[in-house]
Design a protein around this ligand. Sequence first.
Ligand SMILES: NC(=O)c1ccc[n+]([C@@H]2O[C@H](COP(=O)([O-])OP(=O)(O)OC[C@H]3O[C@@H](n4cnc5c(N)ncnc54)[C@H](OP(=O)(O)O)[C@@H]3O)[C@@H](O)[C@H]2O)c1
Length: 254
Amino acid sequence: MKKKSSILLTGGSGQLGQAVQRSNLFPNLLAPPKQELDLADFKNVRGYFNAHKISTVIHCAALARISLCETDPIKAIDTNVIGTANLVKAVSQQQKAAGHEIRFLHMSTDGVYPGLKGKYKENGPTVPYNNYGWTKLASECLVRLLADHCIIRTNFFDPDHIKFGTSATDIFTSKLSLEDLVKSIKFLLNHRFVGAVNVGGERLSDYRRYKQYKPQMKSCTRKEILKTIPFQIYSDASLDTTLWRKLKRQGSVR
Ligand SMILES: NC(=O)c1ccc[n+]([C@@H]2O[C@H](COP(=O)([O-])OP(=O)(O)OC[C@H]3O[C@@H](n4cnc5c(N)ncnc54)[C@H](OP(=O)(O)O)[C@@H]3O)[C@@H](O)[C@H]2O)c1
């Protein structure tokens, strides 16, 4: 029997991966748990691709916790760099065997930029300020070896689950809601765009953004947050989204 062609979602048990699945925007979605598809193990990844017909990859798996990337850089390398390398290798082999390209959507981060002045453009300097950002930048480099790739540089939050009660008035981002990000992933899956694109919303301070959804939110400063954490964080990681807005005006073209 002919195998049905599917979208492979990595990191399906994660925050974004769960939202992708909940959305029901992606038919024929395969979302194997780590026990079934461990990206750190190339033999496992290759076996998975041999057993399935994959037309598209949405790569959400990562070591995405900044503090963990600082305390366990080896795990950050294994997951973010080697995990992505294994996936890119398996996709390359599969493409060669099948004779057609696989669309590859890679979730990256605003953390590949310096995080100081904001309004970062895709073709500007990428100088991360922590292990997480460096390993995500390394993963971007690998993904660029695939002909049909799209790198989404973003940051997001879940308006329904804002855990903390205090946020900074002097930390700025272009964070998107999870729901908007999932719609953006769908849009870019169907677009011919190849390269890196900043996907974000309005430039706002964390405090102003979160207060809209959690009225009891209290304000603090970045300096106060830095006293409580052993790693560096951005002051202004906002994105220039000119390219993203242009792609949206063009509409889906695949
Ligand atoms: N969270 C943010 O604010 C944010 C901002 C910008 C960009 N991003 C990017 O967006 C993506 C999704 O982030 P997230 O917050 O949803 O992450 P998350 O909740 O931490 O989930 C990470 C996912 O990766 C999986 N994973 C880890 N190691 C793996 C391995 N060796 N093989 C297969 N799967 C593995 C995890 O599986 P287990 O649960 O089984 O470990 C989990 O499903 C990431 O690429 C992240 O860098 C996140």
